[in-house]
Design a protein around this ligand. Structure first.
Ligand code: F6P
Length: 342
């Protein structure tokens, strides 16, 4: 049995830990061979491979990023995409493909296994934690840790200058990072894409905070939107899955706050620091277990499935379940945080 592995979409701390789990168990216990496809779906499209044996995965457990490289290539947007992927898999004598990715990469895997008979097993990753069918994706805990540390640090500088500090975190359609880091970091306002915000109300919370002689921290997800406005885009560009580039809502909000309250406001955009660097212990644990269970699914011939965390168990679910519906923040959960606003 020869197994191909690829990592697609935005990178995420823990990708290497998954590969290590897959390759160690697959080689040691099942005697399988592996080949790595470089840069997401571009690897099987162009035949770009690298060796993936035990020596290739030694020492990579704590390393961020992905040794295979990643991309947002969409094979269904490429001329002759499916035929080219099939040809590469045949040439490389690959019997099964483990695809580690988020909504887009797994969406491609769903179609390739369902419509075109390519034996795929999925592993869910995204720092955004917005995949349904799994309680958590790896990478999320690390991103929340980075954002929480930043908020902790911003409290003291905000108070020294009695300024408003707006912290923009990732989260295109789901506010999980904003909600978890905002609660953990003691933010005074948390704004998420799931619920449009009222700038007047935000300014009210800011004024209230200054009255108790502390400077407010506002955590805002990049996809959050004002009640009477639009998503703030970085520029007009889109990737091959049609996603627009975000970032800028934090800066926009800081200007509005200054204009309406007369208080000085600054913005910190955490951006890719949330995705880079070493995975947290939780993410290493989850990613490793996903890897071990993904290779078990291959051994069982259980294709078209994705490994998922349910409580503390790793289970297998149809890949399309992961991508059918975005997992967004429940309004009741968001409302819980409201007691700390202002
Ligand atoms: O992985 C998803 C994500 O973290 C989104 O929250 C964000 O909009 C996007 O990645 C940005 O990724 P990139 O800069 O690589 O396009």
């Amino acid at each position: 049995m020869r197994v191909g592995v690829l990592t697609g979409g935005g990178d995420c701390p823990g990708l290497n830990a998954v590969m290590r789990g897959v390759v160690r168990k697959g080689t040691q216990e099942y005697g399988y061979d592996f080949v790595g496809f470089r840069n997401g779906w571009r690897g099987p499209l162009t035949g770009d491979t690298m060796p993936l044996d035990i020596s290739a995965v030694r020492g990579i457990l704590p390393r961020g990023g992905t040794i295979l490289g990643s991309s947002r290539t969409n094979p269904f947007k490429e001329a002759d995409g499916v035929r080219r992927i099939k040809a590469t898999l045949a040439k490389e004598e690959v019997d099964a493909l483990i695809t580690i990715g988020g909504e887009d990469t797994l969406g491609v895997a769903t179609r390739l296994s369902g419509e075109f008979g390519i034996p795929c097993v999925g592993v869910p990753k995204t720092i955004d934690n917005d995949l349904s069918a799994t309680d958590y994706t790896f990478g999320f805990d690390t991103a929340v840790g980075v954002a929480t540390e930043a908020i902790d640090r911003l409290h003291t500088t905000a108070e020294s200058h009695m300024r408003v500090l707006v912290v923009e975190v990732m989260g295109r359609h789901a506010g999980w990072i904003a909600l978890h880091s905002g609660l953990a970091g003691g933010a005074n306002v948390i704004l998420i894409p799931e619920q449009r915000f009222d700038v007047g109300q935000v300014c009210g919370w800011i004024d209230a905070r200054f009255k108790v002689r502390y400077a407010p921290i506002v955590v805002i997800a990049e996809g959050a939107m004002p009640k009477d406005g639009q998503m703030v885009l970085k520029d007009g560009s889109t990737d091959s899955f049609g996603h627009v580039r975000l970032s800028g809502v934090g800066e926009w909000l800081a200007k509005e706050i200054e204009r309406r309250t007369g208080k000085e406001a600054r913005t910190t955009v955490l951006g890719h620091t949330q995705r880079g660097g070493t995975p947290s212990a939780f993410d290493r644990w989850l990613a490793t277990r996903f890897g071990l269970h993904a290779i078990d699914a291959v051994r069982d011939g259980d294709f078209g499935k994705m490994v998922a965390l349910r409580g503390t168990d790793i289970v297998r679910v149809p890949i399309e379940e992961a991508t059918a519906k975005l997992k967004t923040v429940d309004p009741a959960l968001y409302a819980e945080a409201g007691v700390f606003f202002g």
